[in-house]
Design a protein around this ligand. Structure first.
Ligand SMILES: *[C@@H]1O[C@H](CO)[C@@H](O)[C@H](O)[C@H]1NC(C)=O
Length: 191
């Protein structure tokens, strides 16, 4: 399945923006997750004996390198970019049932859809929610935006079945994708 085409002779720049949304979609759908050490940060709002604050907490320091100007919002929880999903309110369970997050890149130069988080184009791999298994600590869910240029990216058959087997490095090399334009991640764990 070829990646989405824009109607008519839309200028290249916008085309590229829309196409990279497809890619972004791919990254989101694959929900690249990697286990991290149990000791790293985490937890969530609602500390003992305090107020009822239930808000995401910032990522552990070692995990902020991907934090750039990309926003990822789930219903109810809001912007989770660069944050750890809090334990309170059953958010960690709920995130598994919520639909795909809205992903916005407010700093996009061309491509209004990127700015508003309205994804257009073809989905390469359907969205899969975070499903971190028990006793594996916090997992990272990473989002990247790439400029696709003119290459066509076919639907990779095996990815739907086993997203854990997906190799991002290979993917980038195969389709000659340059460095990510922007990125972010959030973390959550089994609850
Ligand atoms: C979303 O969260 C990130 C990381 O905390 C922050 O930099 C960004 O400003 C937030 N965006 C909005 C619209 O709140």
């Amino acid at each position: 399945m070829p990646l989405g085409q824009l109607p008519g002779n839309t200028p290249m720049k916008l085309g590229a923006a829309a196409l990279c949304l497809c890619l972004l979609a791919a990254a989101v759908w694959l929900s690249l997750s990697m286990t991290t050490s149990e000791s790293s940060g985490g937890g969530g709002g609602g500390g003992p004996g305090g107020g009822k604050k239930c808000a995401p907490t910032p990522l552990p320091r070692a995990d902020v390198s991907l934090c750039r100007n990309l926003e990822v919002s789930y219903p109810e929880l809001g912007n989770i970019s660069c944050q750890v999903v809090p334990r309170c309110n059953m958010y960690r369970r709920k995130i598994t049932n919520w639909p795909q997050p809205k992903v916005k890149y407010p700093a996009a130069l061309a491509g209004a859809d990127l700015k508003t988080g309205t994804i257009r184009g073809s989905v390469i791999t359907d969205y899969g929610p975070p499903t971190p298994p028990p006793t594996t600590g916090l997992h990272r869910y990473q989002f990247f935006v790439f400029l696709q240029g003119t290459s066509t990216i076919p639907a990779p058959p095996k990815q739907n079945g086993d997203r854990g087997a997906w190799e991002m490095d290979d993917f980038l090399r195969n389709y000659r994708l340059p460095q990510a334009v922007t990125s972010t991640q959030f973390m959550t764990e089994y609850e």
